[in-house]
Design a protein around this ligand. Sequence first.
Ligand code: 5AD
Ligand code: SF4
Length: 434
Amino acid sequence: MMSEKKNKFYIKTWGCQMNVLDGDKIASLLESSGYEKTNSLDEANIILLNTCSVREGPENKVFSELYRLKAFKEKELEILGVVGCVAQQEKEKIFQKAPFVDIVMGPRSIMHLPELIKQAKYQKALKVSSDEDTLLFPPEILNRNSKTKASITVMEGCNKRCSYCIVPETRGREVSRPLSSIIEEVKMLIDRGYKEFELLGQNVNCYKDGKNNFVDLLDEVSSIKGVKRLRFITSHPKHFPIEAAKLIAERNNICKYLHIPMQAGSSRILKLMKRQYDQPFYLELIDKIRKIVPEIALSSDFIVGFPTECEEDFEETIKCVNLIKFDTIYAFKYSPRPNTLASKMESVPKNIAKERLNRLLVTQHEIQKELFQSFVGKTLQILLEGESKKGNQYTGRTDCNKIVNFTSEKVLKINNFYNVKITRSLVHSLIGEL
Ligand code: 5AD
Ligand code: SF4
């Protein structure tokens, strides 16, 4: 029985694109070190939880999952590991809270995992990441789960100190990869058949490798033959360079889509959040971007119920959402994070935050419904991402990041571009025909 299970690992990932890519890196590294991936908990002798701590919700899920997995440790599970942001945040405290855990490893320490697994056979293994840890991961061994979009880490960490955010603590200070290594990786991925690329960084506009800045990065990568679509995430309003908007307008292969979190409409709240911009600055920036790229699709994150937020503050968020008309927003209830400035401020009652979140979502729902409706009758180019088991039902994504579900009598190929006529719209997706 034991030998059958030997060297099989199971990994579960929560959180942002960066964490998803880290999950791919971990799986690839273990596979290249002789371990085999399994999708069955029962089969695995190594289970890894790749965690997110940006809000309390996902963090709590990690602990409830750990207690569920305790039963596996009591049977044949050899190694249970917590990696990623919760690991970095809680460090050895995880061993205290859950003594049956064997490995705790921060998000920048992926390359150490094989040795930690060996160590964990004899004793608890702890590796906390530091800013000196390398961002370089051997690109030739990295197999991405997505066969249509290749995400690439270009920088990691964040030097901002937004008062609510745990990320600077878990992902460390900003470190950028040399542009040459990014270009090499993109070229290798083109040879493997990828057409769409996404440059990842917590504060991607602050990319800086000594010689090149974010605009150079966009310019160079979009100039590589074979890059059919290029995206980047996440932008910061204070650091988004307007030259980047010019490149988006000029280059057909840079997607006309920008995720640029506003977080709140009220300038008073933005100041408490330490976002380093106010409402007029954000609105002007969006104006400038839209003058250069009128058709750009915009998305944003918002936090509601930030400490001391009153009705008037919240109405500023609603006002901005109505004014800007984002294509999508991601809205969250404020969640206090350990050792952050905001966690010491006066909180807003939970029921009020919940009610405000609902109001914000209803407001966006109406805007989005109308916006998506305006695509009906148009023909859009999509990159095919998936097909239904029955065939003839397909799903893809537009340049502006909208999901399109459509039918085709012809058999289509994943990772190819097709033109789809939009016949109907829903709130979060479009429906069409080839
Ligand atoms: N509470 C609620 N939302 C948060 N975010 C980051 N920190 C918190 C927090 N403490 C949100 C922000 C960010 C997104 C990734 O998560 O909106 O842009
Ligand atoms: Fe967190 Fe602010 Fe950095 Fe974004 S910019 S990761 S919200 S500290």
